[in-house]
Design a protein around this ligand. Structure first.
Ligand code: UD1
Ligand code: UDP
Length: 375
């Protein structure tokens, strides 16, 4: 089998998951193609990552852009099918839980091409989250399910997935983090914003349940009003959130645009600058999935503005605390941290920087990469 492996990415959290695999495939001269659906397209939501993560090639850009869930998923499917007919990959690798992931899974499995899902088995048990639908469908269609925590195996077997298809390989995001942490440390991104290590809070928000709803967003900002009086809050603003903050007149309501050194709203950051801010923060407030895991690895306290998480290991043994979007709970946890009684965490098993190499070994063993194609 000399056909290439296909890696399909589309949105910000895909890029740092694909990079360690692309890096190793290149190193071992294993033929692969990188396909970018174009779900995220702003420079600071896409190209900046390719530069930071040293992914030197995108072989095919589908350029689908934004749209409703169905529009976006449908457009990706329509563009992928003819491409797969042309290159007929030996196996297709998809990452995480975004629309690009599920769209690729549907096309791949209908064309009877083997499908591998990296970051499989996560469940929030909340089907109002679009990502939960994407996870369930992608896992149901996958031939190889690569998981990074034991709870994922339980979720998959409960859904009737054969244990033989499930591989506990560790956390691919942490491969990228480990590969880039030293570089990020040298950047000292906090200095550019007049901040000192361990003396600021890093905030990210983009879940529709938080940012598309004025009441939820107001609740979160009530808590931030308290926090910003204790330490500055730096806030790389996701494009969805930027749109909603402007629609709800939050700049005026909470005076965060003028920048009094307390709220520091900035554009989304590239990977290295963000990692630099994240690893030096006093705490992180977020509704991101990946950031819950990165903060656990970095031992940085993380207050997650959600009612549930598909990443329970970060609660069980990591530094993550679920706060919903009630200002009281957020403030209570923040105060505990200032008093020095905050949560301490440990690093989960196999979050060790070797996940990409485990995945590639399994692909070789399963003959998804033939010995012939490795020069
Ligand atoms: C998507 C993923 C979400 C992931 C997040 C990471 C789905 C269903 N959602 O959410 O799981 O956590 O990415 O960041 O796949 N926009 C821009 N420029 C861009 C990209 C988006 O302006 O480069 C704006 C557009 O107005 C767009 C909106 O952001 O409509 C939302 O983008 P979309 O990709 O649909 O969802 P995200 O909220 O980014
Ligand atoms: N991230 C980044 N710049 C930012 C915000 C996040 O580089 O301004 C990185 C972060 O370090 C993590 C990933 O993006 O690696 C998480 O993506 P996101 O929060 O967009 O998506 P989710 O994980 O919620 O799906």
């Amino acid at each position: 089998m000399n056909n290439p492996i296909a890696l399909v990415v589309g949105a910000r959290p895909n890029f740092m998951k694909a990079a360690p695999i692309a890096y190793l495939l290149k190193k071992e001269n294993i033929p692969f193609v990188l396909i970018h659906t174009g779900q995220h397209y702003d420079r600071n939501m896409s190209d900046a990552f390719f530069k930071d993560l040293k992914i030197n090639k995108i072989d095919y850009s589908l350029g689908v852009g934004s749209g409703t869930h169905s529009e976006q998923t449908g457009k990706i499917m329509m563009k992928l099918e003819p491409l797969f007919n042309k290159i007929y990959p030996s196996v297709v690798l998809v990452f995480g839980d975004v629309n690009s992931t599920v769209a690729t899974a549907l096309v791949t499995s209908k064309m009877l091409i083997p499908l591998a899902h990296i970051e499989s088995g996560l469940r929030s048990f909340d089907r109002t989250m679009p990502e939960e639908i994407n996870r369930i469908v992608t896992d149901a269609l996958s031939d190889l399910l690569f998981i990074h925590s034991e709870d994922a195996k339980e979720n998959l077997t409960r859904e009737g997935i054969n244990k033989k298809k499930i591989y506990f390989v560790g956390n691919i995001m942490i491969d990228s983090l480990i590969l880039n942490l030293k570089k990020a440390e040298k950047i000292r991104a906090y200095e550019k914003f007049g901040l000192s290590p361990k003396k600021y809070c890093l905030l990210t928000l983009h879940r529709p349940s938080n940012v598309d709803n004025e009441k939820s967003l107001t609740n979160i900002f009530y808590a931030l009003e308290y926090i910003k009086e204790k330490i500055p809050v730096i806030f790389p603003v996701h494009p969805r959130t930027k749109k909603m903050l402007s629609e709800f007149y939050f700049e005026k309501k909470f005076k965060w645009i003028e920048g009094d050194g307390k709220y520091i709203p900035i554009s989304p950051l590239g990977y290295l600058n963000f990692l630099s801010l994240e690893s030096n923060a006093k705490c992180v407030i977020t509704d991101s999935g990946g950031i819950q895991e990165e903060t656990t690895y970095l031992h940085i306290p993380c207050f997650t503005i959600r009612e549930n998480t598909e990443r329970p290991i970060t609660l069980k043994i990591g530094t993550n605390i679920l706060c919903g979007n009630s200002p009281d709970k957020i403030i209570r946890e923040f105060d505990k941290l200032l008093e020095g009684t905050g949560k301490k965490g440990k690093i989960p098993p196999l979050w060790d920087g070797k996940t990409a190499s485990r995945i590639i070994s399994i692909l070789k063993k399963g003959r998804y990469i033939s010995e012939k194609s490795i020069s």
